[in-house]
Write a protein that binds this ligand. Structure first.
Ligand SMILES: [Zn+2]
Length: 272
Protein backbone atom coordinates (compact mmCIF):
# COMPACT_ATOMS: atom_id res chain seq x y z
CA UNK A 1 0.00 0.00 0.00
CA UNK A 2 1.61 3.22 -1.08
CA UNK A 3 1.22 6.33 1.00
CA UNK A 4 0.62 9.74 -0.57
CA UNK A 5 3.94 11.24 -1.62
CA UNK A 6 3.54 14.42 0.44
CA UNK A 7 3.24 12.48 3.68
CA UNK A 8 5.79 9.76 3.10
CA UNK A 9 8.91 9.85 5.30
CA UNK A 10 12.01 8.94 3.33
CA UNK A 11 13.87 6.90 5.95
CA UNK A 12 12.79 3.29 6.42
CA UNK A 13 11.15 2.52 9.76
CA UNK A 14 10.15 6.15 10.30
CA UNK A 15 6.55 7.39 10.49
CA UNK A 16 4.51 10.50 9.95
CA UNK A 17 1.51 10.69 12.27
CA UNK A 18 -1.72 12.64 11.82
CA UNK A 19 -4.73 13.11 14.08
CA UNK A 20 -8.06 13.38 12.26
CA UNK A 21 -11.02 14.74 14.20
CA UNK A 22 -14.27 13.32 12.85
CA UNK A 23 -16.80 14.51 15.46
CA UNK A 24 -17.25 16.70 18.49
CA UNK A 25 -19.66 16.85 21.38
CA UNK A 26 -20.00 18.83 24.59
CA UNK A 27 -20.09 16.40 27.49
CA UNK A 28 -19.88 17.00 31.22
CA UNK A 29 -16.75 16.95 33.33
CA UNK A 30 -18.39 14.29 35.49
CA UNK A 31 -18.43 11.97 32.44
CA UNK A 32 -14.68 12.31 32.03
CA UNK A 33 -13.19 12.48 35.54
CA UNK A 34 -13.79 9.83 38.15
CA UNK A 35 -15.11 11.04 41.51
CA UNK A 36 -17.84 13.62 41.93
CA UNK A 37 -16.75 17.17 42.72
CA UNK A 38 -18.20 20.68 42.39
CA UNK A 39 -17.15 20.88 38.73
CA UNK A 40 -18.76 17.57 37.69
CA UNK A 41 -21.83 19.28 36.20
CA UNK A 42 -19.78 21.73 34.09
CA UNK A 43 -19.71 21.35 30.30
CA UNK A 44 -16.64 19.65 28.87
CA UNK A 45 -15.83 19.84 25.14
CA UNK A 46 -14.97 16.47 23.66
CA UNK A 47 -13.39 15.56 20.32
CA UNK A 48 -13.42 12.23 18.50
CA UNK A 49 -10.36 11.19 16.53
CA UNK A 50 -8.80 8.55 14.38
CA UNK A 51 -5.06 8.61 13.77
CA UNK A 52 -3.15 7.87 10.59
CA UNK A 53 0.45 6.69 10.49
CA UNK A 54 2.33 6.71 7.20
CA UNK A 55 5.71 5.14 6.47
CA UNK A 56 7.63 4.86 3.21
CA UNK A 57 5.38 2.00 2.10
CA UNK A 58 2.51 1.55 4.56
CA UNK A 59 -0.64 3.35 5.66
CA UNK A 60 -1.85 2.39 9.13
CA UNK A 61 -5.10 3.57 10.63
CA UNK A 62 -5.30 3.64 14.41
CA UNK A 63 -8.93 3.15 15.39
CA UNK A 64 -11.92 3.35 13.09
CA UNK A 65 -14.12 5.99 14.71
CA UNK A 66 -17.90 6.07 14.38
CA UNK A 67 -19.77 5.53 11.11
CA UNK A 68 -21.42 8.76 9.93
CA UNK A 69 -24.99 7.43 10.23
CA UNK A 70 -24.49 6.33 13.83
CA UNK A 71 -22.81 9.63 14.76
CA UNK A 72 -25.85 11.47 13.43
CA UNK A 73 -28.05 9.65 15.96
CA UNK A 74 -25.93 10.38 19.05
CA UNK A 75 -27.45 13.25 21.06
CA UNK A 76 -25.28 16.35 21.04
CA UNK A 77 -22.73 14.94 18.61
CA UNK A 78 -21.65 16.98 15.60
CA UNK A 79 -20.24 14.65 12.99
CA UNK A 80 -17.75 16.05 10.48
CA UNK A 81 -18.00 13.05 8.17
CA UNK A 82 -17.10 9.39 8.13
CA UNK A 83 -13.56 9.01 9.47
CA UNK A 84 -12.65 6.85 6.49
CA UNK A 85 -14.08 9.41 4.04
CA UNK A 86 -12.11 12.21 5.74
CA UNK A 87 -8.89 10.37 4.86
CA UNK A 88 -9.50 11.38 1.25
CA UNK A 89 -8.51 14.90 2.27
CA UNK A 90 -4.94 13.65 2.70
CA UNK A 91 -5.06 11.48 -0.40
CA UNK A 92 -5.76 8.15 1.31
CA UNK A 93 -8.48 5.87 -0.09
CA UNK A 94 -10.03 3.11 2.06
CA UNK A 95 -8.23 0.45 0.02
CA UNK A 96 -4.86 2.09 0.82
CA UNK A 97 -5.19 1.27 4.52
CA UNK A 98 -3.13 -1.90 4.86
CA UNK A 99 -3.33 -2.15 8.65
CA UNK A 100 -5.79 -0.95 11.27
CA UNK A 101 -4.80 -1.09 14.91
CA UNK A 102 -7.86 -1.09 17.17
CA UNK A 103 -6.77 0.28 20.54
CA UNK A 104 -9.91 -1.22 22.09
CA UNK A 105 -13.35 -2.38 20.96
CA UNK A 106 -15.62 0.44 22.13
CA UNK A 107 -18.10 1.54 19.48
CA UNK A 108 -16.45 4.93 18.95
CA UNK A 109 -13.22 3.17 17.90
CA UNK A 110 -14.57 0.42 15.62
CA UNK A 111 -17.37 2.11 13.66
CA UNK A 112 -15.98 1.97 10.12
CA UNK A 113 -14.35 -1.46 10.17
CA UNK A 114 -16.74 -2.58 7.43
CA UNK A 115 -15.50 0.26 5.16
CA UNK A 116 -11.88 -0.93 4.96
CA UNK A 117 -11.68 -3.59 2.27
CA UNK A 118 -7.98 -4.44 2.35
CA UNK A 119 -6.95 -3.88 5.94
CA UNK A 120 -5.53 -6.26 8.52
CA UNK A 121 -6.69 -5.60 12.07
CA UNK A 122 -4.56 -5.75 15.19
CA UNK A 123 -6.37 -6.33 18.49
CA UNK A 124 -5.18 -7.54 21.88
CA UNK A 125 -6.17 -11.12 22.69
CA UNK A 126 -7.49 -10.06 26.12
CA UNK A 127 -9.70 -7.38 24.53
CA UNK A 128 -11.07 -9.90 22.06
CA UNK A 129 -11.71 -12.48 24.77
CA UNK A 130 -13.45 -10.00 27.05
CA UNK A 131 -16.02 -8.89 24.50
CA UNK A 132 -16.66 -12.47 23.38
CA UNK A 133 -16.78 -13.83 26.93
CA UNK A 134 -19.50 -14.02 29.58
CA UNK A 135 -18.97 -10.76 31.49
CA UNK A 136 -19.62 -8.16 28.78
CA UNK A 137 -23.07 -9.71 28.13
CA UNK A 138 -24.09 -9.32 31.76
CA UNK A 139 -23.16 -5.65 32.23
CA UNK A 140 -25.71 -3.22 30.80
CA UNK A 141 -23.20 -0.43 30.24
CA UNK A 142 -20.89 -2.74 28.30
CA UNK A 143 -23.67 -3.67 25.91
CA UNK A 144 -23.99 -0.09 24.68
CA UNK A 145 -20.24 0.51 24.64
CA UNK A 146 -19.62 -2.22 22.08
CA UNK A 147 -21.20 -2.65 18.63
CA UNK A 148 -22.39 -6.17 17.83
CA UNK A 149 -22.30 -5.33 14.11
CA UNK A 150 -18.66 -4.25 14.31
CA UNK A 151 -17.75 -7.32 16.36
CA UNK A 152 -19.46 -9.55 13.80
CA UNK A 153 -17.52 -7.88 10.98
CA UNK A 154 -14.25 -8.35 12.86
CA UNK A 155 -15.17 -11.99 13.47
CA UNK A 156 -15.51 -12.40 9.71
CA UNK A 157 -12.15 -10.70 9.19
CA UNK A 158 -10.61 -13.08 11.70
CA UNK A 159 -12.04 -16.05 9.82
CA UNK A 160 -10.54 -14.67 6.61
CA UNK A 161 -7.11 -14.33 8.22
CA UNK A 162 -7.29 -10.52 8.36
CA UNK A 163 -7.23 -10.09 12.12
CA UNK A 164 -4.11 -10.51 14.20
CA UNK A 165 -4.49 -11.09 17.92
CA UNK A 166 -1.57 -9.88 20.01
CA UNK A 167 -0.79 -10.82 23.59
CA UNK A 168 1.11 -7.97 25.24
CA UNK A 169 3.68 -5.91 23.37
CA UNK A 170 4.51 -6.47 19.72
CA UNK A 171 6.20 -4.72 16.81
CA UNK A 172 3.59 -4.75 14.06
CA UNK A 173 5.79 -3.07 11.46
CA UNK A 174 9.32 -1.63 11.76
CA UNK A 175 9.04 1.40 14.05
CA UNK A 176 5.38 0.76 14.93
CA UNK A 177 4.59 -1.25 18.04
CA UNK A 178 1.53 -1.96 20.16
CA UNK A 179 1.58 -2.19 23.94
CA UNK A 180 -1.03 -3.73 26.21
CA UNK A 181 -1.88 -1.29 29.01
CA UNK A 182 -5.40 -2.33 30.12
CA UNK A 183 -7.22 -0.10 32.62
CA UNK A 184 -9.85 1.57 30.46
CA UNK A 185 -10.82 -1.81 28.93
CA UNK A 186 -9.63 -5.37 29.56
CA UNK A 187 -7.19 -5.30 26.65
CA UNK A 188 -6.64 -1.61 25.94
CA UNK A 189 -3.49 -1.09 23.87
CA UNK A 190 -1.52 1.99 22.88
CA UNK A 191 0.58 2.52 19.76
CA UNK A 192 4.18 3.74 19.72
CA UNK A 193 5.67 5.18 16.53
CA UNK A 194 9.22 6.12 15.66
CA UNK A 195 9.14 9.63 14.19
CA UNK A 196 11.55 12.46 13.43
CA UNK A 197 10.39 14.07 16.71
CA UNK A 198 11.06 10.94 18.77
CA UNK A 199 8.78 8.15 19.97
CA UNK A 200 5.14 9.21 19.75
CA UNK A 201 2.52 7.36 21.77
CA UNK A 202 -1.07 7.33 20.59
CA UNK A 203 -2.63 6.82 24.00
CA UNK A 204 -6.22 6.81 22.71
CA UNK A 205 -8.49 6.15 25.70
CA UNK A 206 -5.65 5.14 28.01
CA UNK A 207 -5.95 8.90 28.70
CA UNK A 208 -9.04 10.50 27.17
CA UNK A 209 -7.80 14.03 27.94
CA UNK A 210 -4.42 15.55 28.84
CA UNK A 211 -5.98 16.32 32.21
CA UNK A 212 -6.57 12.64 33.04
CA UNK A 213 -2.84 11.98 32.75
CA UNK A 214 -1.69 15.29 34.22
CA UNK A 215 -3.87 15.06 37.33
CA UNK A 216 -3.63 11.25 37.65
CA UNK A 217 -7.42 11.04 37.46
CA UNK A 218 -9.05 8.22 35.48
CA UNK A 219 -12.17 8.62 33.39
CA UNK A 220 -15.20 6.91 34.98
CA UNK A 221 -15.75 4.42 32.16
CA UNK A 222 -13.13 1.86 33.06
CA UNK A 223 -12.42 -1.82 33.52
CA UNK A 224 -9.93 -1.51 36.37
CA UNK A 225 -9.02 1.64 38.30
CA UNK A 226 -5.50 0.59 39.28
CA UNK A 227 -4.99 -0.52 35.69
CA UNK A 228 -5.72 3.02 34.48
CA UNK A 229 -3.03 4.43 36.78
CA UNK A 230 -0.61 1.77 35.56
CA UNK A 231 -1.49 2.73 31.98
CA UNK A 232 -0.67 6.38 32.73
CA UNK A 233 2.80 5.28 33.92
CA UNK A 234 3.37 3.00 30.93
CA UNK A 235 2.36 5.67 28.41
CA UNK A 236 4.88 8.07 29.97
CA UNK A 237 7.59 5.41 29.81
CA UNK A 238 6.95 4.68 26.16
CA UNK A 239 6.93 8.28 24.87
CA UNK A 240 10.02 10.41 24.35
CA UNK A 241 8.35 13.34 26.11
CA UNK A 242 4.95 14.49 27.40
CA UNK A 243 4.41 16.50 24.22
CA UNK A 244 4.53 13.24 22.23
CA UNK A 245 1.64 11.59 24.13
CA UNK A 246 -1.65 11.95 22.24
CA UNK A 247 -4.87 11.54 24.24
CA UNK A 248 -8.04 10.03 22.77
CA UNK A 249 -10.67 12.75 23.05
CA UNK A 250 -9.03 16.08 23.86
CA UNK A 251 -9.90 19.01 21.53
CA UNK A 252 -6.63 20.63 22.71
CA UNK A 253 -4.81 18.24 20.34
CA UNK A 254 -5.97 20.54 17.55
CA UNK A 255 -4.27 23.52 19.25
CA UNK A 256 -1.06 21.80 20.29
CA UNK A 257 -0.11 20.49 16.84
CA UNK A 258 0.04 22.28 13.48
CA UNK A 259 -2.62 21.87 10.84
CA UNK A 260 -1.58 20.16 7.69
CA UNK A 261 -0.49 22.57 4.98
CA UNK A 262 -3.37 23.39 2.68
CA UNK A 263 -6.01 22.07 5.09
CA UNK A 264 -6.82 24.93 7.46
CA UNK A 265 -9.80 24.30 9.71
CA UNK A 266 -10.01 20.66 8.62
CA UNK A 267 -9.49 19.15 12.05
CA UNK A 268 -6.46 17.30 10.66
CA UNK A 269 -3.19 18.03 12.46
CA UNK A 270 0.36 16.75 12.11
CA UNK A 271 1.56 15.10 15.34
CA UNK A 272 5.02 14.38 13.95
ZN1 LIG B 1 -13.19 6.65 22.95
Amino acid sequence: MTAPAGLRPEAPGMWRVLAVRYASRTGLRGQHFLGHDESSHEPHPTAYFVWVAVSADEVVLVDAGIAADRAAGIPGMTGLGSPVALLARVGIAPADVGWTVLTHLHYDHTGTVAELPATRYVVQQSEWDYWHGPWARRITRERWLCSDDDLAHLGGARGAGRLQLVDGDAEVLPGLSVHLVGGHTAGMQVVRLRTAAGSVVLASDASHFYENLETDRPAPILHCTTGVHGAFDRVRELADGPELIVPGHDPAVLDRYPELAGLPGSGIVSIA
